[in-house]
Ligand binder design. Structure first.
Ligand code: 9WN
Length: 438
């Protein structure tokens, strides 16, 4: 009931604010998770959430990481629409306003659409027939989105998605990006800028530092200077990283897209293409496996080396699915070990975003240690697909205990169990609804 209330409060009619104060706009992967939760309340509204996001797709197929809410209160989020407005000048940009950013986030959307389809199946023939038409309409956009990621964002055909900015990973200040970001030199003095985000948290240490923000804004400046042109960015940008979490989500999303292709009666050619994409993604992730850490590692294209740090993204092969039983066993061992969910100091045995065994672990700082319910949702769903029903059920039960105790926080201190960041975060409420539905 409370989860439903959070989604209703953040509902803007055809899309949902990621959070009431800190995030008054529509975020790409938030919307996908939100749709997964909404599917249990109203299949049509869930579908509308994604339709409204895809209405702002770029001509290249890119789904922007933020669609800015023209009615957001002034001084509520920085960098906001004004900052990104020039992206609309790109010949590939969708009509504006509303303005969009020109970054992306992990492609959870096909997974969400497949979950909505399943929810429609439980509801009955009318919902199914609505969803059949809806999937038919959105399928070409979804295919174009995946194609964009597998071409513009992977000219090497490695199967791995390249990001241009830590925001593109969805795990913004994770130590995954420390080395690649440290190599970025802020080339000019930046004009002073506001940190509105700090108004919405109880302690600034829960958010990225000013030094992080300087580099974030510098990267945005360079992207804008490149006219948001993908090829120019690829050539000249100082931050170019293969992101294993996004890549794994894309593999799983391609599996979902294949199911959707079946429903809409897509051509054999499309289906072969999608199967090929998923296989390429798995091969790419295999190549990023680190036998010492027993995790998958992101790859810094500029420095030409892996980014060696233990974070939840390392479980990418579990999320991609269809792993050998040996690989699965190793991954589960690491997940249960004291480097993650088995750490004795944890309030709940849930994996911290960064391993407590890392020097750069911080229990209260954003992606540097706290547990994130949406990440636990991804792991839960992956365990189910891997046939690990009992473990999945344990993860679901413990996650619900965490939320029952702390509410719908954005993230949680893994030791104290305290909710941190934003309160009434939409995607946290959405995954709770999905878990509650069993
Ligand atoms: C930048 C909305 C978003 C999430 C991201 C999370 C955070 C934004 C920020 O909030 O990022 O995109 O301002 O910190 O890291 O995963 O989508 O909830």
């Amino acid at each position: 009931m409370q989860a439903e209330e959070v989604l209703r409060q953040n509902d803007m009619g055809s899309w949902t604010r990621a959070a009431p104060g800190l995030y008054p706009h529509q975020w790409s992967w938030d919307s996908a998770f939100i749709a997964i939760g909404l599917a249990h309340l109203d299949v049509r509204r869930a579908a509308r959430e994604l339709r409204s996001l895809f209405a702002h797709q770029w001509r290249t197929g890119k789904v922007p990481h933020i669609v800015f809410n023209p009615e957001a209160p002034p001084k509520s989020y920085y960098p906001g629409a004004e900052h990104w407005a020039c992206a609309a000048a790109s010949p590939d940009a969708p009509p504006a306003p509303p303005y969009t950013s020109c970054l992306t986030q992990p492609p959870v959307h096909a997974i969400a659409l497949w979950r909505i389809w399943e929810a429609a199946g439980r509801e009955g023939e009318e919902a199914l027939s609505f969803m059949r038409t809806f999937l038919h309409d959105i399928y070409p956009r979804l295919l174009a989105w995946h194609r964009y990621l597998l071409t513009y964002r992977d000219p090497e055909e490695s199967g791995l998605v390249t990001i241009y900015h830590p925001w593109g990973s969805g795990t913004d200040n994770s130590p995954r990006w420390d080395a690649a970001l440290a190599a970025v030199e802020v080339g000019e003095e930046l004009p002073p800028y506001p940190r509105y985000d700090l108004q919405h948290v109880t302690d600034p240490s829960q958010r990225p530092t000013n030094a992080d923000y300087d580099r974030y804004l510098w990267l945005v400046k360079l992207i804008k200077k490149a006219g948001c042109d993908e090829r120019t960015i690829y050539r000249s940008h100082p931050f170019l990283v293969k992101d294993v979490l996004s890549s794994a989500i894309l593999v799983a999303a391609n599996e979902a897209l294949l199911e959707i292709a079946e429903v809409v009666g897509a051509s054999e050619e499309d289906r072969e293409l999608i199967v090929g994409w998923a296989e390429r993604g798995r091969r790419g992730l295999d190549a990023c496996w680190d036998d010492d850490l027993k995790l998958c590692l992101d790859y810094d294209l500029r420095a030409d080396k892996p980014l060696r740090v233990r974070t939840v993204a390392g479980f990418a092969p579990l999320i991609a699915g269809r792993q050998s039983s040996e690989r699965l066993e190793v991954l589960l061992e690491v997940l249960d070990s004291s480097a993650f969910a088995g750490h004795p100091g944890l309030r709940w045995p849930l994996p911290p975003s960064t391993s407590p065994a890392e020097l750069r672990f911080h229990p209260r700082s954003y992606w540097r240690g706290p547990t994130w319910p949406v990440i636990n949702w991804l792991l839960w769903w992956s365990l189910l697909r891997a046939g690990e029903g009992e473990r999945a059920e344990r993860l679901r039960r413990i996650s619900l205990e965490q939320l029952a105790s702390g509410g719908f926080g954005e993230y949680f201190d893994p030791y104290a169990g305290e909710p941190l960041g934003s309160t009434r975060q939409s995607w946290t409420a959405a995954v709770a609804l999905d878990w509650l539905a069993g």
